[in-house]
Design a protein around this ligand. Structure first.
Ligand SMILES: Cc1cc2nc3c(=O)[nH]c(=O)nc-3n(C[C@H](O)[C@H](O)[C@H](O)COP(=O)(O)O)c2cc1C
Length: 168
């Protein structure tokens, strides 16, 4: 008696990289990255998540989609994420999807790390396929931060939409 093995190996499955920087003790942006990663996994998406200092820039090319985020610090994306992105070779990323996220305070003039990262990714040739996710935080104590009301839910909803777009 013979058994036939069915394999899904023949079909390309898109791998997603969630890349983040995080600076404060509260690790707010890391928490956002974890929430996005978890939601993508729940939707059956093949996803890896890395702190920007724990992954080599050469690895980015192995993924079909990059979701990159950082805290907004001094009105812009952190030096950590921008140094990483600046180390990527230009014109190697045509056809790779990307979307961005950040954490920031809610005020009249704050800067927007997600927009800055998006601009850089566009320049590198990535295809932006979803609007940035901005997650608002507030000071809890001297050096500690917490999410403003509704931001955890907003993150989940954004990640759900992302999963849907990736499955289209
Ligand atoms: C030194 C410092 C500078 C900051 N500058 C800004 C800023 O320019 N705009 C803003 O919206 N938030 C600013 N923030 C708030 C951070 O974006 C916020 O604390 C963020 O969630 C920290 O993310 P992390 O916990 O992942 O490091 C600043 C925070 C610190 C500590």
């Amino acid at each position: 008696m013979s058994s036939i093995q069915f394999s899904v190996k023949g079909s390309e499955v898109m791998r997603v990289l969630v890349l983040y920087d995080t600076v404060s003790e509260s690790k707010m942006t890391k928490q956002v990255a974890e929430s996005i990663t978890e939601t993508l996994k729940e939707n059956g998406i093949d996803v890896d998540s890395f702190y920007v200092k724990d992954i080599d820039a050469a690895k980015v090319k192995e993924y079909g989609c990059l979701i990159a985020g950082a805290p907004t610090m001094a009105f812009r994306a952190t030096v950590g994420i921008m140094d990483f992105l600046n180390a990527l070779g230009e014109s190697e990323f045509a056809g790779i999807k990307a979307a961005t996220f950040d954490t920031q305070i809610k005020a009249a003039i704050t800067g927007n790390a997600a927009k800055g990262i998006e601009k850089k990714l566009e320049k590198l040739g990535f295809t932006i396929f979803k609007e940035p996710l901005v997650v608002y935080v507030e000071r809890k104590d001297k050096n500690l931060w917490q999410f403003k009301a509704g931001q955890v839910e907003k993150t989940k909803a954004w990640a759900q939409e992302l999963a849907k777009k990736l499955s289209e």
